[in-house]
Design a protein around this ligand. Sequence first.
Ligand code: MF3
Ligand code: CO
Ligand code: CO
Length: 277
Amino acid sequence: MTTYVDATSKKKRMHGVIPLHGEEGFAGMRKAGALTAEVLDLVAPMVEPGTPTERIDRFIYEFARDNGAMPATLNYRGYRYSSCTSINHVVCHGMPSDKPLREGDIVNIDVTLIVDGWHGDSSRMYTVGAVSRKAERLIEVTYECLRLGIEAAKPGNTTGDIGAAIQRYAEAERTSVVRDFVGHGIGRLFHDEPNILHFGNPGTGVELKPGMIFTIEPMINLGRPQVKILNDGWTAVTRDRTLSAQCEHSVGITETGVEIFTLSPRDIFNPLIARTA
Ligand code: MF3
Ligand code: CO
Ligand code: CO
């Protein structure tokens, strides 16, 4: 059973209870989302051979601090960084380290900044120098998956319509959808209801209603969908060691469709104007 409550009355995650946000929530998410998008723009030139990911992480921390924000991942369930940096076969939750990036790497940088209590959560793929054609193609497929997921996010559709759109395209392109991690409601809470699966059947799940705010963050593998967690307790990698890519936006359902809160101010990460080729 799903119930919907006014977001202002919801302080902690409650199973099956989906908050509906008003103008205050949308305004808060716009501000947090814009700052997250800005820092994801700013790190782009740092992603080059020789850069250790902990240098990028430090930049993100300092940017947040200088702009009155807090990285949500810092000290979250024992996680100690301001970002996740997931390289090549790392699916998600890669930890920044002193290991330098290498030519040909593909890396996902995932940042959540908290501004005035609201969480802007977004991630993008970055390429280190020249990358292989198959890596390039995986990134293109993953961005298109996010675009299709966002396109399916509108009132009257269901969470299953989002997952189905993503899965249908990913599998038609002979890639696979990771099942172990999902998108999530977001707002004053980092991870809230509903879960947004990136696979599934049309018409299943819960109905999307104006005021719902959540992330869509498909993880797409070149090989099989299975993942395993390394001994550090965080790093998720593909079991078959094939490449994985991910991208994420925080979005809100409006009366007529969807608003993307984490669009790049420089428009370098707008799936709605992405090329289709
Ligand atoms: N930002 C991730 C997400 O999209 C969550 C990272 S939690 C962490 O939901 F602890 F690993 F940082
Ligand atoms: Co994220
Ligand atoms: Co997220």
